[in-house]
Unconditional design. Sequence first.
Length: 328
Amino acid sequence: MRKSIQQSLAFFALGVSLSASFLVGCGTTSDVTILGDWRSRSELEGVARQGASGFVIGTKAYIGTGLNFDRDRLTDFWEYDQARNTWTQRANYAGAGRYQGVGFAIGNKGYIGTGLNVNSARLRDFYSYDPATNAWTKIADYAGTGRYAAAAFTLNNKGYVGTGNDGGNFLKDFYGYDPATNTWGRIASYSGSKRIGAFAMVISNVAYVGGGNNNGVPQKDLWAYNSATDSWDEKKQFPDDLAITRSYGASFVIGTKGYVGLGEGNANFYSYDPTTDTWADMSVFEFTPRAFPVSFAIGNKGYVVSGVVGTAVLDDLREYDPGIPRVQ
């Protein structure tokens, strides 16, 4: 497939290797067919950015906020329509411009909060977005300290936010938001080390959080949150040969597998199978590797949009289809 040409950009190796099954032909050729490949889709129509936040509602993704090349904290907000492969601008985020915040969706509403404002103050305010009315509404402030580079996920109709940095400390506390009561409640702290830039994903109604770094030290552990017992269970960490920095990367879920890649330090993607608690190397992300992207899944496709490599901020959108065969 055609690759992006970014000759003037510094190279960050980030990622998750793509692949799953390997089919070797019977002839004399040594070509190997790998399932799963990336392709380009319509780039974000807003300015290029890093550290944006987003969420998915139905078959549409919503992306906004972030930091542009001039280091402006943004408030613009965009909707991606998968069926039409188009972007439409929506109502600006109602809070202060920010980056390294978090986003999640509960039902038919999305939520964005925390992050760093123009003065690099650590924020704890949150707003909900209703696509039916194209309007933002302020909700209860996050119950923990203001922070950036946190992890977030949705589980059992609640949104969860934890880890990150509040300016004075790396963090491991977690809180859950209940939209029915507009309240945040403390849950069990993350059982791994404190960290920033972790990834989070929900597979078969179980949340998984891992990666990131603690005071610059890469973390390769993975923990699953059990909401019934309010506890964290340790899972298979990245193998030793994958012990690379995985901070500020991308993650999404397709079917019963999670996919993790990019971020500072690597350009590959890896898949995680919770039924066997194993990681598998996938094919290399064939476009510009990056940190601080927004990643999401719609149906059986995964997406990576925006991010930064060196000093260059990006606005491209790349789509991963696990069912496309690719010969290498």
